[in-house]
Design a protein around this ligand. Structure first.
Ligand SMILES: C[S@@+](CC[C@H](N)C(=O)[O-])C[C@H]1O[C@@H](n2cnc3c(N)ncnc32)[C@H](O)[C@@H]1O
Length: 306
């Protein structure tokens, strides 16, 4: 299961590892959840669906403590995540982690909680990966009457989805053009001291790399990331290099799978509405809106009331 491997090597609490915030979320998103928690008030019981390493659950717990609101936070995820590896290096967050009740190996399609247990169910880029026909009735089963389900879902036109599509194109290019196979041969030639064929192949690889046209700055980041890793390998070829290249190849393959998965769950508004209808749940209201961060489309904000 690729999420387990992902979380195993991801040190941050969320899948937004490149952000400067310890939780990994952009400020606008943190503010959105802060306003939501304040509006729900005291003694509210939350469940974070598809929590990963718990960024959202931990943030809600921090907010409950900061505003002395009482209440509780539970969180679950299908992946088998080692809870002892959930830490942030920030005292306030690490204290909050201790108070979130995590359950892993837990599919959203079969929640291990009694009926009518939670006031608010929340999900940040988690729920969309589940089978809605099963997970939505389950979510509503554990939600109290008049309780709310807030889903922040991937959007097909968001900057995140566009970045994923760019990443897929770039990473697949390295495979399609056999660059990694060429580098394997290059390593062999170097280790066998075949200097002339080495120099020729090196030239050919450089030439191939120069033919790739990046379409935007996001693609450039993906391209440079692989290039940096490959350059490091080529500059210092030794007996470990073939193994290092295999690891890089595996890593790129997993990245592609993850990005493709992410793009496949970025549903249109119509698809979101149809999925809700198809799951045949009874709800009091439904709102689906665009959510922007720094002027860029970030995700869907879906608010559903039981
Ligand atoms: C993009 S990550 C988001 C994690 C977290 N909410 C965050 O903001 O960092 C998606 C998560 O959904 C989980 N997931 C995917 N399918 C699931 C399912 N059917 N039931 C429960 N969790 C699921 C994955 O294991 C993964 O941790």
């Amino acid at each position: 299961m690729h999420w387990e491997q992902y979380w195993d090597v991801t040190p941050t609490l969320s899948s937004f590892g490149d952000s400067s915030d310890a939780l990994g979320y952009p400020e606008k998103l943190l503010n959105f959840w802060e306003n939501a928690v304040k509006s729900y008030g005291s003694d509210t019981h939350y469940l974070d669906l598809g929590t990963g390493k718990g960024a959202l659950a931990v943030w809600i717990q921090v907010l409950l403590v900061r505003s002395m609101l009482g209440g509780s936070v539970k969180a679950c995820d299908l992946a088998n995540i080692d809870e002892t590896k959930i830490s942030s290096g920030v005292d306030e967050l690490d204290e909050a982690i201790k108070h979130v009740e995590f359950k892993f190996n837990t599919p959203l399609e079969r929640l291990p909680y009694p009926n009518n247990q939670f006031d608010v169910l929340a999900s940040q880029f988690g729920f969309e990966y589940s089978d809605w026909d099963k997970s939505l009735p389950e979510a509503l089963r554990v939600l109290k009457d008049n309780g709310e389900l807030i889903l922040m879902l991937h959007h097909p036109d968001s900057a995140i989805t566009k970045d994923c599509i760019g990443g897929i194109r770039v990473l697949n290019w390295f495979f399609n053009e056999n660059i990694l196979n060429d580098v394997t041969t290059l390593i062999d030639l170097k280790l066998r001291n075949e200097n002339i064929p080495f120099a020729r192949l090196n030239e050919e690889i450089i030439h191939k790399l120069q033919t790739f046209k990046v379409l935007d700055s996001a693609e450039q980041v993906w391209f440079l990331d692989v290039m940096t890793k490959l350059s490091k390998l080529i500059i210092n070829i030794n007996h470990e290099s073939t193994k290092a290249l295999k690891n890089l190849e595996e890593f790129i393959g997993k990245q592609i799978t993850r990005l493709e998965d992410q793009v496949s769950v970025a549903f249109s508004k119509e698809e979101v509405t149809n999925r809700i209808k198809k799951s045949q749940v009874t709800i009091k209201s439904l709102k689906i809106e665009d959510f922007f961060v720094d002027g860029e489309l970030f995700c869907w904000k879906v608010l559903l009331k039981k």
